[in-house]
Unconditional design. Structure first.
Length: 364
């Protein structure tokens, strides 16, 4: 997500309990709103970033150029713990990215205090995406000390550390303290939204992705399994019912075929017996193909006679013939009779100068 597309809420935590919380809304790469207190504009924010006060965070600059990143991070944590007040169990150490010379920033903070900030945020119905030490919003000086206001806290930074500036900057600086104006700090805030210089949310405080409750997952798996089992049972039941219906139809077919051939015992034998009976009935000119061929042949033998319609009826074929003269129609009828078929006909009718007659052709 590009910086100019991010809509973020930046909340600057106060250095003391009597100081107000300061917030800024960042959109399209610029600060579009500011405020104090808890009435921040959170709607539509893609990211929510907290700025940790310098008074609660010890910041060190570690120079470890000859180590791999993993080795440098481990060594930086150990060095930071050695230079911090408190037991390692009560401290949280976070490491920033290394620069081109192998140097990196290390922040040390009371673990309980960091946990309190996260718990407070979650009580306000949000989980911060990053928590950034305030001193890292100041530029890293090559020498001397820089200082500026982050929220209402005056923060200082030198080449080796970051710290609250009240009463300390003048003591540490060998020369004049360089002031960082509000515009530069605002630009650093905007840049930190998309690319935090160091995020305290590491290790045990890293932001966790929402986890699926294993019990809910198992319930979903069980439900899917139950649905699949039910679908399988329904399918098997349908198959069994179809098999039963098929068996009943086979039995009925065998019973019908046994009326024609008592020796039939299986559906295949029933089909063979019925086919044999049908074949026998088609012999001798019965059926459709043979008488139809005789009618068509007779019509083709007499010019100017047309077969208008041909239908099959029980035991016979019915045809409608059309011709210019009665003699021509009679020649067709005679040809059908000579082919060995019995012939019946209705009274001819005449329309548009042609004569039509309907005939019925049956095998003897």
């Amino acid at each position: 997500m590009g910086l100019r597309r991010v809509i973020a809420l930046v909340i600057i935590l106060p250095a003391t309990l009597d100081s107000p919380t300061i917030w800024l809304r960042v959109a399209e790469g610029r600060i579009v709103a500011r405020g104090k207190g808890l009435n921040w504009e959170r709607d539509g924010a893609d990211r929510i970033v907290l700025i940790a006060p310098a008074a609660a965070t010890a910041l060190h600059r570690a120079q470890l150029p000859g180590l791999t990143r993993k080795q440098a991070e481990t060594a930086a944590r150990l060095l930071a713990l050695e230079n911090s007040i408190g037991t390692p169990e009560r401290l949280h150490v976070a490491v920033g990215p290394r620069d081109g010379n192998g140097n990196l920033d290390v922040a040390v903070i009371d673990a309980a205090g960091l946990a309190d900030w996260i718990a407070w945020a979650q009580a306000e119905n949000f989980d911060p995406d990053a928590i950034i030490p305030a001193a890292l919003l100041l530029p890293l000086p090559e020498q001397g000390v820089v200082q500026g206001c982050v929220g209402e806290e005056l923060v200082a930074r030198d080449a080796a550390s970051g710290f609250p500036a009240e009463g300390l900057a003048e003591l540490i600086a060998a020369g004049p303290v360089q002031q960082v104006d509000t515009a530069a700090i605002d630009a650093a805030l905007i840049a930190a939204v998309g690319d935090p210089p160091l995020d305290l949310r590491q290790g045990m405080f890293a932001k966790r992705r929402p986890r699926v409750d294993p019990r809910i997952l198992w319930r979903c798996v069980a439900l899917v399994g139950a649905i699949a089992l039910a679908a399988l049972i329904v399918t098997l039941f349908k198959i069994a019912r179809l098999d039963g219906n098929s068996a009943a139809l086979d039995a009925a077919s065998v019973a019908q075929a046994q009326r024609l051939s008592p020796q039939v015992a299986t559906p295949a034998e029933a089909e063979a017996a019925i086919n044999a009976r049908l074949t026998a009935q088609m012999r001798g000119g019965r059926g459709f193909a043979a008488p139809a061929a005789a009618i068509v042949s007779a019509v083709q033998s007499v010019p100017d006679v047309t077969l208008i319609r041909l239908d099959q009826a029980p035991g016979e074929l019915r045809a409608t013939l059309s011709g210019a003269r009665t003699d021509d129609l009679d020649r067709v009828l005679i040809a059908i009779q000579q082919a060995g078929y019995l012939l019946g006909r209705e009274t001819p009718s005449q329309a548009a100068g042609r004569i039509s007659v309907q005939i019925a052709v049956r095998a003897p």
